[in-house]
Design a binder for this molecule. Structure first.
Ligand code: MG
Length: 163
């Protein structure tokens, strides 16, 4: 008897502090801004949340399991490497990515001009067509650390499938 189609949804979340700097990296895309994200790697909250969503959908732990921030090998690395590794772990278990939806929480800067470049970069990283990738952004209307411009966060949901 064939196995039933196995659909999973993984969720991921990440938040990083901002410091004075020369720009953000979100979804692997450089965003012009007078601040930068603090992080052991490049501080890319969107890719970190994506990795957690991918790993979560396959019950493979989280980004800290696979890339501990105590490990000097991951210091300052391009977070795309985390995504590539997560994709290889999914492929090894016959999972395919069906859909990814993301929300970036940031008071500033305006992120709408970057949605298409970010989706194009995620499409390349995940080998997915653009219509299977959604990226949105919200402000926190001045509330909490994000609203005060001290941090940026991201939520990602990833739907996985295998036959
Ligand atoms: Mg992170």
């Amino acid at each position: 008897k064939p196995l039933p189609l196995d659909f999973r949804t993984g969720i991921g979340y990440d938040r990083h502090l901002l410091k004075p700097g020369t720009g953000l990296i979100l979804g692997g895309v450089t965003v012009a801004f007078e601040k930068s994200l603090v992080g052991h790697s490049d501080g890319d909250v969107l890719l970190h949340a994506l990795v957690d969503a991918l790993l979560g959908g396959a019950a493979l732990g989280d980004i800290g399991t696979h890339f501990p921030d105590t490990d000097a090998r991951w210091k300052g690395v391009d977070s795309a490497r985390f995504v590539e590794h997560a994709c290889s772990l999914l492929a090894a278990q016959q999972f395919e990515i069906s859909f990814v939806d993301a929300i970036i929480l940031a008071e500033k800067p305006k992120l709408a001009p970057y949605f298409t470049p970010i989706r194009e970069n995620l499409a390349r990283l995940l080998t997915l067509p653009l219509d299977r990738l959604s990226v949105k952004a919200k402000t926190e209307e001045g509330t909490d650390a994000i609203g005060e411009g001290k941090a940026i966060a991201a939520f990602v949901a990833a739907t996985l499938r295998r036959e």
